[in-house]
Design a protein around this ligand. Sequence first.
Ligand code: 5GP
Ligand code: ZN
Length: 118
Amino acid sequence: MHDDHCIFCKIITGKIPSKKVYEDEEIFAFHDIAPWAPVHFLLVPKTHIPSMAHVGPEHVGLLGRMMTLAPKLALENGCRPYPQGGFRIVANTGAEGGQEVQHLHVHVMGGPRPWLRG
Ligand code: 5GP
Ligand code: ZN
């Protein structure tokens, strides 16, 4: 379920501190340590799935819950409402996809522009 060498597994289990945004039985969310935007948090499954390249039919429910949670958490954490506001959802996957941490995560970014990046 957890990978002892994975930084996000250590965040989920509290071995590495983080600024928590949300937690339930299967999902954890925390602020990115190096935000690109005024609002920038990460949504992760508690179970260690390395990337979006590793998901299958058994993850349909989990991914559906993550994606439907994202807009709610975005608004609760400072993103302004659609359509003037909004947010960006990104899931970097693999080396060419720019993935640095090998535990599936969804970036949620938003807030007034300009942003630092993106
Ligand atoms: P990736 O490039 O894999 O899509 O994104 C990994 C993200 O994790 C980066 O935006 C990076 O800032 C964030 N990150 C890496 N290590 C930590 C950490 O220890 N704590 C937190 N809160 N974020 C981290
Ligand atoms: Zn992990």
